[in-house]
Design a protein around this ligand. Sequence first.
Ligand SMILES: Nc1ncnc2c1ncn2[C@@H]1O[C@H](COP(=O)(O)OP(=O)(O)OP(=O)(O)O)[C@@H](O)[C@H]1O
Ligand SMILES: [Mg+2]
Length: 265
Amino acid sequence: MIIVITGKGGVGKTMVSSLLVRCIAELKKDAKILAIDADPATNLADALGIKALMSIGEIIENFNVENSKNINFLDYLRQKISENTTHTEKSDFIEMGQGEGVGCYCSVNDVLRFVLEEKQKNYKFVIVDCAAGLEHLSRKTTTGADVLLIVTDTSEAGFRSAETIKKIAVHAGVEEDSMFLVVNKVKEAREVRKVNTGSEKTEKVKTGSEILNEKIANTKILEICRIPYDEKVIVYNNSGTPLINIPSNSKTYPRIKELAEFLAG
Ligand SMILES: Nc1ncnc2c1ncn2[C@@H]1O[C@H](COP(=O)(O)OP(=O)(O)OP(=O)(O)O)[C@@H](O)[C@H]1O
Ligand SMILES: [Mg+2]
C-alpha cells in the first residue's frame, strides 16, 4: 500500500508521516515499511530519529559523473538505492533529495515514480512525505498512490490548497475515493462569529467548530482524522527531539493511531 502525504507548507505533513510510520509499525509488527522523504528540503529523517544516507538526487549526480563506464542507469539506481537505504527497527528509509541544476529536481521526481513501482513489491507499506506544492501530483509521480492524505491546518490558505490538490490529483487520475482529508492543529473552538443570513432578525451566531465543519464540508474530501493543536509537537520540534518518540499520552499520538488503524487495520 502506497500512502502519499501532501498539503500546503507547514501544515504538518512530516509530523503525520513520522507518526504514521510508528503507528503502522506498532499495529503491523511483521510488515515491512518504507518511509520516503520526497521533500528536497528534507527533514523526515530527523522526525524519525535516523541518519539519512546518500539521497537519490546525489545518486543521480554521481551516475552522471561515472557515466563514462557505460553502466545501465536502472541497474546502477537499484544497487545504489539498496546500499543507501537506512534500516531501522520500525522501517526502512530513503531520501529523494534534490537533483542537479538550480531549482530543478525533475529527474528526481521521475525516479520517484520508478522507486514507488519497484518498492511496492517488497514493502507492505510505503509512506511518502511530499514537498509542499503540486509538483509530485502534476508530474504524476505519486499518482500510483493507494491513499492520498491531504493535510491542512485550520487556515483558509490550508483549505484552499487542499481543494487545489484534490483538483490536480483528480486530473492526474487519482481516484476520488482514495483521497482523505487530515485536519491538523485544531484549537479548542472559542471563536464565535456573527453571520448575516439575509435579514437582520435572522442573524446567526456560528461557533468556531461550526465554521471549521463548513470549511471541511466545502472541500468535498472525506475527513478521516482531526488532530488537536499539541504543544508537545512544538516542544519536540524546537528541541530537535525526534517526533517519532512523542509520548503515547500526547494529544497527537492517539489520533494518528486511529488513522493507522483505519488505513492498515
Ligand atoms: N498538531 C500540532 N500541534 C502543534 N504544532 C504542530 C502540530 N503539527 C505540526 N506542528 C508544527 O507545525 C510545524 C510544521 O510541521 P511539519 O514540519 O510537520 O509540517 P510540514 O507540512 O511537513 O512542513 P513543510 O511543508 O515545511 O515540510 C512544526 O513547527 C510543527 O512543530
Ligand atoms: Mg515536511
